[in-house]
Design a protein around this ligand. Structure first.
Ligand SMILES: [Zn+2]
Length: 247
């Protein structure tokens, strides 16, 4: 039986002499491993659609518990991301995060849409990298179940506190300490706080309809990166490579 599904290639693993295994974030099947047979041969029709970051439609058949690709049609290859080292590392970080957050047999269509929107924003809309990075990180945290509480100070209730406790995902004033005074706190400016409230609550198609001064994207991106990596309890090699380009 054949089945059609579309998705983004998150990871490509060499398999035997001629094959590759693709880890794909699909709309219908969640994260799946697809076997691309003979994809390394020069005239393979699967080649383009099987690249890292390709958004493709796959026709697959299930054989002994494994999906094998019979046909693959690329819908968007994001060539702009393949030729710019900064964009390539940033996009690779996005797919590493999705690979970790998504589970097999558990469709997360909102995560796929977010990833697609962010890759599109980087490659076609040419939006500021740190803006796209921050949107991806914060929104992914929300999808993964780590929606921060941004209503006001978790201790005194003030609406404009100046610290974000990334360990607890709550706001606090510099002078307010909760009973359990644990957690890493980062300063947060009013503009960045408003942007975070916006990103957490807006319609998916309005995700990039806010603007901040250039310097504020740095602050925003530092906070969202710390929040996501602390919550997921791990770092990402592509993120380290990306950041090493700027030191
Ligand atoms: Zn307070």
């Amino acid at each position: 039986m054949f089945e059609k599904t579309e998705g983004i290639v998150l990871r490509v693993t060499e398999y035997k002499d001629t094959d590759k295994l693709l880890t794909v974030l699909t709309r219908d099947l969640g994260k799946v491993t697809l076997k691309a047979r003979a994809v390394k041969s020069r005239n393979s029709k699967l080649r383009a659609a099987s690249q890292l970051l390709a958004f493709s439609e796959f026709t697959v058949s299930e054989y002994q518990g494994r999906y094998v690709i019979s046909e693959a049609v690329s819908k968007e290859l994001f060539p702009e991301l393949q030729t710019d080292i900064e964009l390539l590392y940033l996009a690779s970080y996005f797919v590493q995060v999705c690979d970790m957050v998504a589970q097999e047999a558990d469709p997360m269509p909102e995560l796929l849409s977010l990833l697609l929107n962010c890759l599109y924003a980087l490659s076609k809309l040419k939006l500021p990298q740190l803006m796209v990075k921050a949107v991806f990180e914060l929104r992914t945290a929300c999808i993964a179940g780590f929606l921060p509480d941004l209503r006001g100070c978790a201790v005194c209730g003030r609406e404009d506190p100046d610290r974000f406790n990334i360990t607890q995902g709550v706001l606090q004033c510099a002078s307010c300490r909760s009973e359990d005074a644990n957690g890493i706190r980062m300063p947060i400016s009013p503009g960045v706080l408003n942007a975070m409230r916006y990103i957490c609550s807006c319609e998916p198609k309005r995700l990039f309809s806010f603007r901040l001064p250039e310097a504020s994207y740095t602050e925003l991106s530092q906070i969202t990166e710390s929040y996501l990596t602390v919550r997921l309890e791990r770092g990402f090699s592509a993120l380290d490579f990306y950041k090493s380009l700027f030191v």
